[in-house]
Design a protein around this ligand. Structure first.
Ligand SMILES: *Cc1c(COP(=O)(O)O)cnc(C)c1O
Length: 405
């Protein structure tokens, strides 16, 4: 054997990532406290010191989700795994699911339903608009055998927020359980799991929780536990079967299921602790406060929002690219010259829209001012009609008019 044959072609060196400012649709910046927490010594996933911290994570997650659900824990995997976990546990072959689609992620829910043998009844709404509760009710009337209603609370591809409380009320009126995607909303805008009667909810660590990607907080009501217990068929995934996972994440007699990503969980613990210390209401208000200022700055740059004011997510700002501007070049320059990442448009919005995230730690005054100044400079440089010095000034005015701190 010649080990030389297997050397990388290029000399491998230590990887030092540049320090960016992440203001796209996620990941957002990881808070220094979270990075520090993750650098602490690795523990075994069954070490009593570690399992004690797992209980704290569950408690802090119940606070973040505003729920008393016993089945509240982080899944070892990104938001997409949290999504899949809900569908794979709750759907049996032939089950009918009402799926709302008003952007990319609703489309993924349909994929999930179909891949797990369910029948998706799709309720479509235009990109940039919230899910229309009337259409959902109409679909439920037409499909009395539907078992589940699934929708995205915060559609990250468009920046629209749907009325989760009303949608859950309607679902329950027709005896359906709900699956709600709150990957982008958790920590950024209100989510009241128990008050709204959400049955299955999932989120992601990398959006408004100031954590790196890779973990998905989930919570299930007792109605879901019952449903899973009474399944006729085995859950079609061993890894994601919640009844097996509970042997590890449940509160007693923990046994090995999979090796939990211990250090990543220290990070999640820290980020949930930060939200707890800040207070949920304060975190929601902070997202709104910075959104108002960013919006004021965008107005001076002639950048219009995709979503109507009343349905906008403060943490995900979708704006149309001004006419005649090379949108890709602007993003390239923001990254190369300012280390600032923003998001491009997805799907129907590709090439037409930019997405500015104000999530978690990235949602701060200095980022808003920095981003507006950088944009203004680049746009003006590229010949767009903008008046220098106006964008950040408008943001400052907004901050002064509605002080938060
Ligand atoms: C980001 C996102 C996801 C997917 O999360 P990953 O961590 O990328 O797997 C799902 N739904 C919504 C609404 C999202 O914004």
């Amino acid at each position: 054997m010649n080990t030389e044959d297997f050397r990388p072609e290029k000399k491998a060196t230590v990887f030092y990532p540049p320090q960016r400012v992440l203001m796209g649709p996620g990941p957002s910046d990881t808070h220094a406290r979270v990075l520090n927490a993750m650098a602490r010594p690795t523990l075994g996933h069954l070490d009593p010191v570690f399992t004690e911290m797992m209980e704290e994570i569950k408690g802090l997650m119940r606070y973040a989700f505003q729920t008393k659900n016993r089945m509240t824990f982080p899944v070892s995997g990104p938001g997409s795994v949290g999504m899949e976990m809900c569908f794979v546990n709750m759907i049996e072959p032939g089950d009918k699911v009402i799926v709302c689609r008003n952007g990319v992620f609703g489309g993924r829910m349909i994929e999930n339903v179909e891949r797990h043998g369910g029948v998706a009844v799709v309720v479509d709404d235009k990109w940039g608009e919230p899910v229309d509760p009337q259409k959902v009710e109409d679909a439920l009337k037409k499909n009395p055998d539907a078992k589940i209603v699934a929708f995205v609370h915060a559609e990250t591809s468009t920046g629209a927020q749907s009325d989760a409380k009303t949608l859950c009320e309607i679902a329950r009126k027709y005896n359906c359980l709900t699956i709600v995607d709150t990957v982008t909303s958790l920590g950024g805008t209100p989510i009241l799991v128990d008050e709204w009667g959400i049955d299955a909810i999932y989120s992601g660590s990398q959006k408004c929780l100031s954590c790196p990607p890779g973990l998905s907080p989930v919570s299930f009501s007792d109605r879901v536990t019952e449903l899973v217990k009474n399944r006729k068929t085995k859950v079609h995934s061993w890894f994601m079967d919640i009844s097996l996972l509970l042997n590890y994440w449940g509160s007693s007699a923990r046994t090995y299921h999979h090796t939990a990503p211990t250090n990543a969980l220290y990070g999640l613990h820290e980020s949930l602790l930060m939200i707890y210390e800040e207070g949920l209401e304060h975190s929601w208000a902070r997202h709104r406060y910075n959104y108002e200022a960013l919006k004021a700055g965008f107005a001076t740059l002639g950048m219009n929002y995709v979503v109507k004011e009343e349905h906008r997510l403060p943490q995900l700002n979708s704006v149309f690219v001004p006419a005649g501007v090379d949108e890709k070049e602007v993003r390239r320059r923001l990254l190369d010259e300012y280390n600032l990442e923003i998001g491009a448009g997805l799907g129907d919005f590709a090439g037409k829209v930019w997405r500015f995230g104000l999530m978690g730690t990235s949602c701060r005054v200095e980022n808003v001012i920095f981003c507006l100044n950088a944009l203004e400079t680049i746009l003006s440089d590229m010949g767009a009609k903008v008046e220098r010095g106006t964008a950040a000034a408008a943001a400052h005015k907004s901050y002064a008019a509605k002080p938060m701190f």
